[in-house]
Design a binder for this molecule. Structure first.
Ligand code: SOE
Length: 381
């Protein structure tokens, strides 16, 4: 039976635009989704690039004006993959036009802006999702399942790192395509919003809300050439951030992110220690989940490395056969699959804008704590 078509308007043709387009292309081949995504229109600043992107990915049309995507009656879903400073304006306009919305992380530049977005989408009653893709790594989803089953018992510690090394050179500019993440006006913050937001989203999903934080940040390179002005300008982002926190369930959190950890490209790791068991995961070995259970007989007790590829593992029944892995791009396919299934049922897909606002509030509290050198309470979303 022919599936109902769902027209996608993608805004932003960078790295994230590719991950989302790839997901829409693949999702129907691997998951039994109720819609067939149609790549209706892609929007980006440069016409030549937008045209080439449309041809490469099979978009029916292209534009350089995002308003045209929103005004297009045929577009059902607006997918926002542009720098953080434009998320709010586009999302609020898309909500007013009654479109379903997928938005890249972090939700906004800050909580104030994020709240306006939540108000707009909730008032319009439109489907919404923020793309925190790492939740949908099968091993990460499995970790959440093990915690929810109570296997760890009371949780004492949650530890997460997200380490990179690509901005160490003072020659890396700020602003422009690819390096907008270093421009505070476009990004809102540095590693806090870009990388720690991932860790915070996963952590609160697995271990509940964070109540208070104590942070320190550093900007190692104080000035960089700005691509748009051609001038050397002050750098306003945090290059590195470390924070402690208290979760509402009484456990202690310890988070670190930097783009100055030479040798690490995208080392996202977490470890959770509970009264009975511990879990550890590493993005560089993403299909494995490390698990230690103190209730095992002592002569065989030790850290197990679970190869998360069997068909009864989250999402894996839709891919290959046991032992054969999947990777980064598949997290976006899983996200698209969940979103399409829930959309047909009128159910929300997590993380919603409101859930992403909770992450935004933690980021805000982290940055305020670093600035004021004091513990900060986190606002509830
Ligand atoms: C930055 O380098 C970045 O691309 C983030 O923006 C992504 O969210 C993260 O998944 C990988 O690193």
């Amino acid at each position: 039976m022919a599936k109902k078509k769902l027209n996608v308007g993608l805004i932003g043709y960078g790295f994230m635009g590719r991950t989302h387009s790839n997901a829409y292309c693949k999702v129907g081949h691997f998951f039994d989704v109720p819609y067939e995504p149609i790549l209706r229109v892609v929007c980006g600043l440069e016409e030549k690039v937008a045209k080439a992107f449309a041809e490469q990915w099979g978009y029916e049309s292209y534009t350089t004006d995002w308003h045209k995507v929103i005004e297009d009656d045929k577009v059902d879903v607006v997918d926002i993959c542009v720098p953080n400073n434009v998320h709010a304006e586009i999302a609020i306009a898309a909500a007013k036009a009654g479109k379903a919305i997928v938005c890249e992380k972090p939700l906004a530049l800050n909580g104030v802006q994020g709240k306006k977005m939540v108000d707009a989408i909730e008032k319009a009653g439109v489907a919404n999702l923020v793309s925190f893709n790492y939740r949908r790594v099968p091993a990460v989803t499995l970790a959440k399942m093990l915690i929810d089953e109570g296997r760890l018992g009371r949780i004492f510690h949650y530890r997460a790192n997200f380490l990179q090394d690509w901005t160490i050179s003072t020659k890396v500019p700020q602003g422009g395509m690819g390096t907008w993440r270093l421009d505070v006006k476009a990004a809102g913050s540095g590693v806090t919003g870009d990388l720690l937001a991932h860790c915070i989203d996963t952590a609160m999903w697995q271990n509940g809300p964070i109540g208070s934080v104590c942070a320190m940040t550093e900007t190692f390179v104080k000035e960089r050439m700005h691509v748009e002005t051609g001038k050397v300008e002050a750098v306003g982002i945090d290059d590195a951030c470390t924070f402690f926190c208290r979760f509402d369930n009484g456990s202690l959190g310890n988070f670190e992110s930097t783009r100055y950890a030479r040798g690490h490209k995208a080392l996202y790791t977490f470890e959770i220690n509970g009264e009975h068991a511990s879990i550890a995961w590493d993005l560089h070995d993403l299909h494995r989940l490390s698990y230690f259970d103190h209730r095992d007989e002592s002569i065989v007790r030790g850290w197990r490395s679970v190869h998360v590829t069997d068909s009864d593992m989250p999402y894996m029944g839709n891919w290959w056969v046991p032992g054969l892995q999947i990777g980064y791009e598949h997290t976006f396919v899983h996200q698209a699959a969940d979103f399409l299934v829930n959309l047909a049922k009128g159910k929300p897909t997590s993380p919603t804008f409101r859930e992403a606002l909770a992450t935004q509030y933690v980021c805000d509290a982290v940055l305020a704590s670093a600035k004021e050198k004091t513990w900060k309470k986190v606002k509830k979303a």
